[in-house]
Design a protein around this ligand. Structure first.
Ligand code: FES
Ligand SMILES: [Fe+2]
Length: 408
């Protein structure tokens, strides 16, 4: 049996009551199949519209083996390209962020317009046809301030994601924000362990003293059932929907994407040490109510998010190897908010900086234990870990569908 057939078999035999077997967290061949069938085929969160405000501004992202550049073109549109020169393949844009009127390859200076056309290639012979060497494009779309890319030749329909996100995100005007701070860390853990950790708060009381000041540990928050029966949540939803903020729990039919607005601990409006807003100027001119809870979005496999009245904290996860995962966190504030006047950077970032580091440590310890040949998966807590089960159900189903569709 080849690696793909073996993986189909493993996924068919998977026990959904607990975590995965060891091979799915450590095996390089399985990781490669995940890259090909999930990471190279799904819509992935790359960055924010606000990072690409003017023509020529770009950001780069590395998805598995693919370097990609996302940019704002001359007409104000967003485009993404394979960040690999059509001459001899060099990476063209080498920084995470930048701005350039044209893309110039650093190796031999082949030069591309912002629409990907090759416009200059020095000393190539007379028969050389520039039109045959445009940059290869990557699907790119944006909704609610979030820019997405898809590496597949034919991308999944983007419209369901657009329809789900717009009512929740448009009032927050994320396209009119700026990144006040960003931080990238590497976790020595498989990307699915990072997700499982994110999808439960069973570990919060024992590991997150800063987050627990404001984040309710109620299992409903990470769970999969919404919170319709919780009177406190129902009252908040009614209030927020009366001011035009979509709030009720929504899980996409395939389980890939959840949007919901939840209240923080009573009296808290923000993930700060005292629970009060970190930014004096509201994030959006259209949302002036100070307590709109936290708008939660997850979209597998790249992102989870918290949007509050005063700022947003967004997370982007990318796999680096079977046992290494990169996590980039960005704090968005109103584009006119001024550091030192409207917000203090330490106060804005300290809770999630600490929480990320605590999560990094628990995920790394998890990986070390899972590496042991003695590891066998134990059962999830029904009360606290329904979110992990939901994530792995999505993962297992999606991967199986793709593998079975491609099997002879
Ligand atoms: S590889 Fe880019 S110009 Fe030669
Ligand atoms: Fe955590």
């Amino acid at each position: 049996m080849n690696a793909r057939d073996q993986l189909i078999d493993r996924l068919r035999r998977r026990d959904p009551r607990g975590a995965l077997e060891r091979a799915l967290y450590v095996d390089p061949q399985i990781y490669q199949v995940e890259l090909e069938e999930i990471w190279y085929k799904e819509w992935l969160f790359a960055g924010h519209d606000c990072e690409l405000k003017s023509p020529g501004s770009f950001l780069t992202v590395q998805v598995g083996e693919y370097p990609v550049v996302v940019l704002r073109d001359r007409d104000g549109g967003l485009r993404a390209f394979h960040n690999s020169c059509r001459h001899r393949g060099s990476r063209i844009c080498t920084t995470e962020h930048g701005s350039a009127p044209r893309l110039v390859c650093p190796y031999h200076q082949w030069t591309y317009a912002l629409d990907g056309r090759l416009i200059a290639a020095r000393d190539m012979d007379g028969g050389f046809d520039k039109t045959r060497y445009s940059l290869k494009s990557v699907h790119c779309a944006s909704v609610g301030g979030y820019v997405w890319i898809c590496l597949a030749p034919v991308a999944p329909d983007f419209e369901p994601l657009r329809r789900q996100l717009e009512p929740y995100f448009l009032p927050h005007h994320l396209h009119r924000t700026k990144v006040a701070f960003e931080c990238t860390i590497v976790e020595e853990a498989n990307w699915k362990l990072v997700w499982e950790n994110n999808r439960e708060c069973y570990h919060c009381a024992g590991n997150h003293p800063e987050l627990c000041r404001t984040f309710p540990e109620e299992p409903v928050i990470t769970g999969v059932s919404g919170g319709f029966a919780n009177p406190r949540i129902a009252a908040k939803w009614a209030r927020w929907e009366s001011i035009g903020l979509e709030s009720q729990y929504r899980l996409s039919a395939d389980g890939q994407c959840r949007t919901v607005r939840y209240p923080l601990i009573e009296g808290a409006t923000c993930y700060t040490m005292d629970g009060r807003a970190a930014v004096r100027r509201p994030l959006s001119d259209a949302v002036t109510e100070p307590d709109v809870g936290t708008l939660l979005l997850f979209h597998f496999p790249t992102t989870w998010n918290h949007v509050m009245a005063d700022h947003a904290t967004t997370f982007r996860l990318l796999p680096l190897s079977p046992t290494r995962t990169q996590l980039t966190t960005k704090w968005l504030v109103h584009e006119d908010a001024v550091e030192g006047v409207d917000y203090d950077l330490k106060r804005l970032t300290e809770v999630w900086m600490a929480t990320n580091d605590e999560d990094r440590r628990v995920c790394q310890e998890n990986q070390i234990g899972v590496n042991s040949p003695a590891y066998e998966p134990g059962p999830y807590s029904d009360v606290h870990e329904a979110g992990c089960r939901q994530f792995l159900d999505w993962y297992g189903t999606r991967l199986r569908q793709r593998l079975e569709a491609g099997a002879p």
